[in-house]
Design a protein around this ligand. Structure first.
Ligand SMILES: Cc1cc2nc3c(=O)[nH]c(=O)nc-3n(C[C@H](O)[C@H](O)[C@H](O)COP(=O)(O)O)c2cc1C
Length: 187
């Protein structure tokens, strides 16, 4: 019950990943001290376009405006230990890789990296250009984790949600939460 987690949602395709992660964090609240949400403008637009709803505003978590530098996690002293950017656009990843702290998302990522805490970018685009690949390397060298929004199929997912959950369950593992999910056992 000690984890303080920032969930940043950006305007890449794959709002379903953000939705399913927030649903899961709600289910696992007994293990979590605090979840904070921050969304880019494009994230709201893409969520509403892809999912056809505005449920991003209905979680029992505080939503911070993307320019609110007064938010606790804009400072390392607030001791948020994990930040997930889900889905992470190539633009946001590039700004994080370049250290451009010009909004709350990029500032919070900068803080997490400087404090040597856990930054997980659920990066989404395909195919990738060399700039994007180099940005992934830069973030990795700085201690961040690139967890691409690439589903797996060996659990034989049956629905779109099941497919997306194969990514979200890996994110939950990376955050370090106990979670019952499909585990490969070689069978
Ligand atoms: C429907 C839709 C899907 C998009 N999908 C992606 C994507 O998969 N990856 C990506 O990097 N950008 C994608 N974009 C473009 C980003 O929204 C755009 O680059 C934006 O500037 C990202 O800003 P943000 O990182 O502040 O959200 C998409 C845009 C729209 C409207």
């Amino acid at each position: 019950m000690n984890k303080k987690i920032v969930v940043a949602v950006t305007g890449a395709s794959g709002s379903i990943y953000a939705k399913l992660l927030l649903d899961k964090l709600q289910d696992l609240q007994a293990q979590i001290a605090e979840v904070a949400i921050v969304m880019s403008d494009n994230a709201r637009q893409v969520w509403e376009f892809e999912l056809g709803n505005t449920t991003h505003s209905s979680y029992p978590f505080t939503v911070y405006a993307k320019n609110d530098f007064m938010a606790p996690f804009a400072s390392g002293s607030a001791k948020f230990d994990t930040m997930v950017v889900v889905p992470c656009s190539m633009g946001t990843m590039g700004r994080i890789a370049a250290g451009v702290s010009d909004d709350l998302i990029t500032r919070a990522a900068d803080v997490i990296l400087k404090e040597r805490r856990r930054l997980i970018l659920v990066a989404r685009d395909t195919p990738l250009n060399l700039i994007q690949i180099r940005n992934m390397a830069t973030v990795t060298e700085a201690g961040g984790i690139i967890c691409p929004a690439i589903p797996s199929f060996y659990s034989k997912p049956q629905t779109v949600e099941d497919v997306a959950m194969t990514v979200v369950n890996r994110v939950i593992d990376l955050i370090g939460l106990e979670n019952e999910s499909y585990r490969w056992d070689g069978m």
